[in-house]
Each structure stands twice: as structure tokens, then as C-alpha cells.
Design a protein around this ligand. Structure first.
Ligand code: HEM
Length: 173
């Protein structure tokens, strides 16, 4: 048994697995409701931290000050991440072997951690570069950071959607 199947077995033997399986099988409509919450939260991520990055790149809402956008929009990012983690984890805990044996799920988690690290670095950069409301363009390093943020969040979404299609990428053993 490898490391990931050991974790999957541990989760499969846990009461959390029984509970999430019971709820997903017995609460009418719960599986599509959970996935819909996941998808709505993805939209909140795109409409908040990714929009701040597009503004910093000079590709959206040029009249808006990135610092003010951070204050208004980042609470949506943090809230959406909580809902994404809760809804996604419920699906993983219910079927651990499906997800811990799926390389695309691993890529998604790597992209997600990288997206979070770069997003926090971008927020720090915006705080430093936009101390006052004066509108100006970001420095090249901050623009490159913002480009990395947009790219990584798009890769999280792509790999999230591809989880269900990984058999088209990897021939079954
Ligand atoms: C810890 C956080 C997360 C976990 C545990 C998680 C887990 C999952 C799981 C288990 C699925 C269902 C895959 C399937 O069976 O088809 C899924 C789908 C998906 N996830 Fe996540 N996810 C998380 C965060 C995110 C984030 C941050 C995003 C994007 C911003 C995202 C984007 C997606 C997308 C696009 C899908 C496909 C939805 C669909 O079309 O049904 N996920 N995720």
C-alpha cells in the first residue's frame, strides 16, 4: 500500500466517511447542492482575488485603486475558500480512494497552495505600492506576480474540472 492509499484507507475507516456517505445518499439533492456550492465559490474566487490581479495587471477596472479593491473583495476570497474546502472535503471524505488515487487531484492541490502563496505575496505588494489612493501602474515584479496569480487560479479550475476526466489523461493500469 502506498502513502496515498494508506491515507485513503484511514479515511474510509473513519466515522467521517460513514457520515458524509450517509448524508450524500439520504439527503435529497445533497450531491448536486454540494457541487453547486463548490462552483458558486469558484465564481467568487474569480470575482475577487483574480479580479484584483487583473486590475494590477492593468487589464480590468483601471479607475479602481487596487488597495481599495483588496479591502472590499478579499473577504469574498477567504469566505469562498472556506466553502470550497468544506464542500470539496465532503466529496473527498465520502470517496477517498477515487480522489487519493487520482493524480489530477494532486496537481490541483499543488496549484491551489501555489495560488494561495502568490496571492498573499501579491496582496503584500499592493499594500506596499499603493499606500495612498493615487492611481498608478504597478511595477513589473508586481505585474509578474499578478500574472502568476491569474495563471495558477485558472490551473486550479482546469484541474478541478479534469478530476472527473483523468482517465482520458492516464490509461487505467
Ligand atoms: C481544499 C480545497 C478543495 C477541495 C478538497 C476540492 C475538491 C474537489 C472535488 C472532490 C471535486 C469533485 C471532482 C469530481 O468528482 O468530479 C472538485 C471539483 C472541482 N473543483 Fe475543487 N476542491 C477544492 C478547492 C477548489 C478551488 C479553490 C477551486 C477553484 C478556484 C476548485 C475548482 C473545482 C472545479 C472547477 C471543479 C469541477 C466542478 C464541476 O464541474 O463539477 N476547487 N473539487
Amino acid at each position: 500500500m502506498n502513502f496515498f492509499s494508506t491515507i485513503a484507507q484511514f479515511i474510509a475507516d473513519s466515522p467521517a466517511n460513514q457520515l458524509s456517505l450517509y448524508l450524500l445518499r439520504n439527503v435529497p439533492g445533497l450531491p448536486p447542492i454540494v457541487q453547486t456550492l463548490h462552483i458558486i465559490s469558484i465564481a467568487a474566487i474569480m470575482g475577487s482575488v483574480v479580479f484584483v490581479a487583473l486590475r494590477t495587471l492593468g487589464l480590468a477596472v483601471p479607475s479602481q485603486n487596487p488597495r481599495e479593491m483588496v479591502q472590499r473583495l478579499m473577504p469574498w476570497t477567504w469566505g469562498a475558500l472556506i466553502v470550497l474546502a468544506a464542500s470539496g472535503s465532503m466529496l473527498v471524505v465520502a470517496r477517498p480512494f477515487r480522489y487519493f488515487s487520482n493524480p489530477v487531484m494532486g496537481w490541483k492541490m499543488i496549484f491551489l497552495v501555489a495560488a494561495l502563496v502568490l496571492s498573499i505575496a501579491m496582496l503584500q505588494g499592493i499594500k506596499r505600492q499603493y499606500p495612498e489612493p493615487a492611481i498608478k501602474s504597478a511595477s513589473l515584479p508586481l505585474k509578474l506576480l499578478s500574472l502568476g496569480v491569474v495563471t495558477l487560479w485558472v490551473l486550479v479550475v482546469l484541474s478541478g474540472r479534469w478530476i472527473a476526466y483523468s482517465e482520458y489523461l492516464f490509461a487505467p493500469a
